[in-house]
Design a protein around this ligand. Structure first.
Ligand code: ADP
Length: 297
């Protein structure tokens, strides 16, 4: 059930947007998300997607999602849903999006997805980061801009998550030493690249197949970063076909040694998972540090 204050405001928003009176005829819950309540709304003006949450839980989350989707859309490389509107009320906040009607994957789904992602990554900026902060999952993601990737990755990605994990007692000092040792050499390990517009949280659950049979991106955590971050993230939980990587590289070739760097890039999403879910993810972090010769752990 959509809480009444949310459905009342959604009706007003949709009526404004469609320039006619819109009624919600049916609403069915959608699973798969980890943070917000999500619904498919069938209305007198067609289908829409709604996500809502308590207003105080994640301030600015839907505003950041709106900006992120707008930035991805402006790159014209890969489809994303239109934002119909957001509201941050007293009790609830919500976002209404174009509903992505599910479709059957087109024949060259993965090839076309690989090419589109490469085109997205060809959008660049003067610095790494973004002009605003956003969220990664339900954690705040700081995007303070930096001139070099190593500087950005260390101060805005690794250190922020390490601090959270230290404060919660999840990370001990020997693991932190492992990170310190890695950070000292990061600028030599990761080859320089111009900042690339990233989805920022590109796992299997954050794309959908639209009615056109192509991949649509949802739930972004955008910033300008090293493009290997998005590619590495696709490998963290798997589910992307080899053709995806092949056509990506044909469109925007990768620097030598990408495969060996995947684990290092994924230390960031893994630390995020440690902070969100704890448990087994810490072991994965330690395994990577050990594997790449940061033998303090
Ligand atoms: P959360 O912010 O809670 O992580 P998501 O944005 O991942 O939520 O959305 C939850 C689920 O809803 C997704 O896994 C996907 O199946 C579905 N979904 C997301 N956006 C749309 C959309 N615009 N149209 C249709 N379904 C969507």
């Amino acid at each position: 059930m959509i809480p009444e204050p949310v459905s009342n405001s959604v009706k007003i928003l949709l009526s404004d947007y469609c320039k006619k009176n819109v009624n919600i005829l049916n609403a069915s819950p959608i699973g798969g998300g980890s943070i917000n309540n999500a619904m498919k709304m069938e209305t007198s003006a067609g289908n829409f997607f709604l996500k809502w949450n308590d207003a105080k839980r994640f301030p600015g989350m839907f505003e950041a999602e709106t900006k992120g989707l707008a930035l991805l859309k402006s790159a014209k490389a890969i489809p994303v849903p239109d934002v119909i509107g957001i509201e941050e009320g007293e009790k609830f906040s919500f976002i209404v999006l174009e509903f992505i009607e599910p479709g059957k994957r087109q024949k060259k789904f993965w090839q076309s997805f690989g090419t589109s992602l490469a085109r997205l990554h060809q959008n660049t900026s003067d610095s790494f980061g973004l002009d605003h902060d956003n969220y990664i999952g339900s954690l705040k993601q700081s995007n303070a801009q930096k001139k070099s990737w190593a500087e950005f990755f260390i101060s805005e990605r690794l250190e922020k998550q390490i601090e959270l994990a230290r404060n919660s007692g999840a990370l001990n000092s020997s693991t932190v030493q492992g990170f310190n040792s890695l950070c000292k050499q990061l600028s030599e390990i990761i080859p320089a690249e111009p900042p690339a517009l990233l989805h920022g949280d590109l796992w299997n659950g954050n794309f959908m197949t639209g009615a056109d049979g192509s991949a649509w991106l949802i739930d972004p955590a955008v910033y300008y970063g090293h493009r290997e971050m998005d590619l590495a993230m696709t490998k963290l939980f798997g589910g992307f076909s080899n053709e995806f990587y092949d056509t990506y590289a044909e469109t925007f070739s990768l620097q030598k040694g990408f495969d060996e760097r995947v684990d290092i890039h994924n230390l960031y999403p893994l630390l995020v998972h440690v902070n969100l879910f704890g448990g087994g993810y810490l072991q994965e972090v330690k395994n990577i540090l050990r594997k790449i010769g940061r033998a303090h752990v």
